[in-house]
Design a protein around this ligand. Structure first.
Ligand code: DC
Length: 218
Protein backbone atom coordinates (compact mmCIF):
# COMPACT_ATOMS: atom_id res chain seq x y z
CA UNK A 1 0.00 0.00 0.00
CA UNK A 2 1.43 3.39 -1.03
CA UNK A 3 0.93 6.69 0.79
CA UNK A 4 2.50 9.70 -0.90
CA UNK A 5 2.18 13.42 -0.28
CA UNK A 6 4.00 16.56 0.81
CA UNK A 7 5.70 17.14 4.17
CA UNK A 8 3.31 17.65 7.09
CA UNK A 9 0.25 16.11 5.43
CA UNK A 10 0.12 13.54 8.23
CA UNK A 11 1.52 10.59 6.27
CA UNK A 12 3.69 9.12 9.05
CA UNK A 13 1.05 9.10 11.76
CA UNK A 14 -1.58 7.70 9.43
CA UNK A 15 0.68 5.16 7.74
CA UNK A 16 1.69 3.84 11.16
CA UNK A 17 -1.90 3.60 12.34
CA UNK A 18 -3.10 1.90 9.19
CA UNK A 19 -0.15 -0.52 9.19
CA UNK A 20 -0.87 -1.45 12.82
CA UNK A 21 -4.54 -1.91 12.02
CA UNK A 22 -3.85 -4.17 9.02
CA UNK A 23 -0.91 -6.03 10.58
CA UNK A 24 1.38 -4.71 7.83
CA UNK A 25 4.97 -3.49 8.14
CA UNK A 26 5.38 0.31 8.12
CA UNK A 27 8.16 1.64 5.90
CA UNK A 28 9.15 5.31 6.11
CA UNK A 29 11.17 5.96 2.94
CA UNK A 30 11.79 9.61 3.87
CA UNK A 31 13.83 8.34 6.83
CA UNK A 32 16.16 6.62 4.35
CA UNK A 33 16.85 9.88 2.45
CA UNK A 34 17.31 11.62 5.79
CA UNK A 35 19.83 8.94 6.88
CA UNK A 36 21.88 9.57 3.73
CA UNK A 37 21.87 13.35 4.33
CA UNK A 38 22.98 12.79 7.94
CA UNK A 39 25.63 10.22 6.98
CA UNK A 40 27.06 12.66 4.44
CA UNK A 41 27.15 15.50 6.95
CA UNK A 42 28.97 13.34 9.49
CA UNK A 43 31.57 12.18 6.98
CA UNK A 44 32.14 15.66 5.64
CA UNK A 45 30.61 14.77 2.26
CA UNK A 46 29.07 17.77 0.52
CA UNK A 47 25.33 17.43 -0.30
CA UNK A 48 26.25 18.48 -3.85
CA UNK A 49 28.82 15.69 -4.34
CA UNK A 50 26.70 13.35 -6.45
CA UNK A 51 29.25 10.54 -6.88
CA UNK A 52 30.12 10.35 -3.18
CA UNK A 53 26.43 10.46 -2.20
CA UNK A 54 25.56 7.69 -4.61
CA UNK A 55 28.32 5.55 -3.13
CA UNK A 56 27.12 6.36 0.37
CA UNK A 57 23.56 5.37 -0.58
CA UNK A 58 24.84 2.09 -2.01
CA UNK A 59 26.97 1.19 1.00
CA UNK A 60 24.91 2.58 3.88
CA UNK A 61 23.29 0.02 6.11
CA UNK A 62 19.89 1.55 6.90
CA UNK A 63 17.59 -0.41 9.18
CA UNK A 64 13.99 0.52 9.96
CA UNK A 65 13.13 -1.35 13.17
CA UNK A 66 9.66 -2.70 14.01
CA UNK A 67 9.41 -0.12 16.82
CA UNK A 68 10.04 2.67 14.27
CA UNK A 69 13.63 3.49 15.09
CA UNK A 70 16.10 4.25 12.31
CA UNK A 71 19.59 2.75 12.45
CA UNK A 72 22.44 3.94 10.24
CA UNK A 73 25.32 1.45 10.22
CA UNK A 74 23.99 0.12 13.51
CA UNK A 75 23.69 3.49 15.28
CA UNK A 76 20.29 4.82 16.35
CA UNK A 77 19.85 8.08 14.42
CA UNK A 78 16.07 8.42 14.93
CA UNK A 79 16.33 11.83 16.59
CA UNK A 80 19.27 13.20 14.59
CA UNK A 81 17.55 12.71 11.21
CA UNK A 82 14.60 14.89 12.33
CA UNK A 83 16.69 18.05 12.79
CA UNK A 84 15.47 20.85 10.48
CA UNK A 85 18.87 21.06 8.80
CA UNK A 86 18.69 17.37 7.88
CA UNK A 87 15.15 17.86 6.52
CA UNK A 88 16.56 20.32 4.01
CA UNK A 89 19.55 18.06 3.31
CA UNK A 90 17.27 15.07 2.66
CA UNK A 91 15.34 17.12 0.14
CA UNK A 92 18.60 18.11 -1.58
CA UNK A 93 20.17 14.63 -1.73
CA UNK A 94 16.86 13.06 -2.81
CA UNK A 95 17.06 15.03 -6.08
CA UNK A 96 20.18 13.04 -7.07
CA UNK A 97 19.26 10.20 -9.44
CA UNK A 98 22.05 7.89 -8.26
CA UNK A 99 20.89 8.22 -4.65
CA UNK A 100 17.28 7.54 -5.66
CA UNK A 101 18.28 4.49 -7.70
CA UNK A 102 20.05 2.90 -4.71
CA UNK A 103 17.32 3.69 -2.18
CA UNK A 104 14.49 2.63 -4.48
CA UNK A 105 16.21 -0.78 -4.84
CA UNK A 106 16.37 -1.10 -1.04
CA UNK A 107 12.71 -0.05 -0.76
CA UNK A 108 11.58 -2.56 -3.37
CA UNK A 109 13.47 -5.32 -1.55
CA UNK A 110 11.77 -4.34 1.73
CA UNK A 111 8.34 -4.13 0.13
CA UNK A 112 8.67 -7.51 -1.56
CA UNK A 113 9.57 -9.23 1.70
CA UNK A 114 6.34 -8.41 3.58
CA UNK A 115 2.92 -6.80 3.24
CA UNK A 116 3.72 -3.15 3.81
CA UNK A 117 2.35 0.33 4.11
CA UNK A 118 5.07 2.41 2.47
CA UNK A 119 5.15 6.15 2.80
CA UNK A 120 7.05 8.71 0.70
CA UNK A 121 6.86 10.89 -2.42
CA UNK A 122 7.20 8.44 -5.32
CA UNK A 123 5.88 5.15 -3.93
CA UNK A 124 2.76 4.98 -6.10
CA UNK A 125 4.51 6.41 -9.17
CA UNK A 126 7.96 4.76 -9.16
CA UNK A 127 8.73 2.35 -6.29
CA UNK A 128 5.54 0.28 -6.40
CA UNK A 129 3.45 1.40 -9.39
CA UNK A 130 1.42 -1.80 -8.95
CA UNK A 131 0.58 -1.18 -5.26
CA UNK A 132 -2.84 -2.53 -4.34
CA UNK A 133 -3.97 0.76 -2.87
CA UNK A 134 -2.55 4.25 -3.40
CA UNK A 135 -3.35 7.34 -1.40
CA UNK A 136 -2.17 10.87 -2.06
CA UNK A 137 -2.46 12.57 1.31
CA UNK A 138 -2.48 16.36 1.23
CA UNK A 139 -3.33 19.34 3.47
CA UNK A 140 -3.18 23.10 3.08
CA UNK A 141 0.28 24.69 3.49
CA UNK A 142 -0.88 26.49 6.68
CA UNK A 143 -2.22 23.33 8.30
CA UNK A 144 0.94 21.45 7.37
CA UNK A 145 3.18 24.14 8.89
CA UNK A 146 1.05 24.27 12.07
CA UNK A 147 1.34 20.51 12.45
CA UNK A 148 5.09 20.67 12.02
CA UNK A 149 5.42 23.42 14.66
CA UNK A 150 3.34 21.27 17.02
CA UNK A 151 5.48 18.18 16.32
CA UNK A 152 8.65 20.14 17.02
CA UNK A 153 7.17 21.59 20.23
CA UNK A 154 6.29 18.09 21.39
CA UNK A 155 9.98 17.24 21.01
CA UNK A 156 10.97 20.32 22.99
CA UNK A 157 12.07 22.34 19.94
CA UNK A 158 10.68 25.89 19.82
CA UNK A 159 9.99 26.84 16.20
CA UNK A 160 8.75 29.97 14.53
CA UNK A 161 5.65 29.42 12.37
CA UNK A 162 6.80 31.73 9.56
CA UNK A 163 10.22 30.06 9.35
CA UNK A 164 8.74 26.56 9.34
CA UNK A 165 6.17 27.59 6.72
CA UNK A 166 8.88 29.08 4.49
CA UNK A 167 11.21 26.08 4.81
CA UNK A 168 8.37 23.72 4.04
CA UNK A 169 7.43 25.67 0.92
CA UNK A 170 11.06 25.55 -0.24
CA UNK A 171 11.27 21.82 0.35
CA UNK A 172 7.94 21.16 -1.37
CA UNK A 173 8.97 23.20 -4.36
CA UNK A 174 12.21 21.22 -4.66
CA UNK A 175 10.41 17.87 -4.21
CA UNK A 176 7.75 18.75 -6.80
CA UNK A 177 10.03 20.21 -9.47
CA UNK A 178 13.06 17.88 -9.46
CA UNK A 179 13.41 16.07 -12.79
CA UNK A 180 13.76 12.56 -11.31
CA UNK A 181 10.63 11.17 -9.60
CA UNK A 182 9.04 14.46 -8.54
CA UNK A 183 6.30 14.43 -5.95
CA UNK A 184 3.05 13.97 -7.83
CA UNK A 185 -0.15 12.03 -7.50
CA UNK A 186 -0.25 8.71 -9.38
CA UNK A 187 -3.16 8.66 -11.85
CA UNK A 188 -4.78 5.77 -9.94
CA UNK A 189 -4.19 7.20 -6.43
CA UNK A 190 -7.05 8.46 -4.30
CA UNK A 191 -6.61 12.11 -3.28
CA UNK A 192 -7.34 12.80 0.38
CA UNK A 193 -7.18 16.27 1.95
CA UNK A 194 -6.62 15.90 5.68
CA UNK A 195 -6.85 19.66 6.49
CA UNK A 196 -10.18 19.63 8.30
CA UNK A 197 -10.12 16.01 9.45
CA UNK A 198 -9.09 14.34 12.69
CA UNK A 199 -6.55 11.50 12.59
CA UNK A 200 -9.33 9.01 13.24
CA UNK A 201 -11.35 10.38 10.33
CA UNK A 202 -8.36 10.14 7.99
CA UNK A 203 -7.62 6.61 9.21
CA UNK A 204 -11.21 5.57 8.55
CA UNK A 205 -11.12 7.12 5.09
CA UNK A 206 -7.90 5.27 4.26
CA UNK A 207 -9.23 1.96 5.56
CA UNK A 208 -12.33 2.43 3.40
CA UNK A 209 -10.14 3.02 0.34
CA UNK A 210 -8.03 -0.06 1.14
CA UNK A 211 -11.18 -2.09 1.61
CA UNK A 212 -12.48 -0.96 -1.77
CA UNK A 213 -9.21 -1.55 -3.60
CA UNK A 214 -7.92 -4.68 -1.90
CA UNK A 215 -10.74 -6.69 -0.37
CA UNK A 216 -8.28 -9.39 0.76
CA UNK A 217 -6.51 -6.93 3.05
CA UNK A 218 -9.59 -5.60 4.82
O1 DC B 1 8.95 12.36 4.33
P1 DC B 1 10.18 13.14 4.82
O2 DC B 1 9.88 14.58 5.14
O3 DC B 1 10.85 12.46 5.96
O4 DC B 1 11.20 13.11 3.58
C1 DC B 1 12.43 13.78 3.61
C2 DC B 1 12.83 14.18 2.19
O5 DC B 1 13.11 13.00 1.44
C3 DC B 1 11.77 14.94 1.41
O6 DC B 1 12.05 16.32 1.33
C4 DC B 1 11.78 14.34 0.03
C5 DC B 1 12.59 13.10 0.12
N1 DC B 1 11.84 11.89 -0.20
C6 DC B 1 11.82 11.49 -1.51
O7 DC B 1 12.34 12.19 -2.38
N2 DC B 1 11.21 10.32 -1.85
C7 DC B 1 10.62 9.56 -0.92
N3 DC B 1 10.04 8.41 -1.29
C8 DC B 1 10.61 9.97 0.43
C9 DC B 1 11.23 11.16 0.76
Amino acid sequence: MAIDGPAGAGKSTLARRVAARLGFVYIDTGAMYRAIALGARRRGVDWADQAALEQLAREADITLTPDHRVLLDGEDVSAAIREPEISQGASVVSAISGVRRELVLKQQRLGHSASAVMEGRDIGTVVFPDAEAKIFLDASPEVRAHRRVKDLAARGVAADFEAVHREMQERDHRDRTRPDSPLRQAPDAVYLDSSGLTETEVEQAILRIVGDRAPAAS
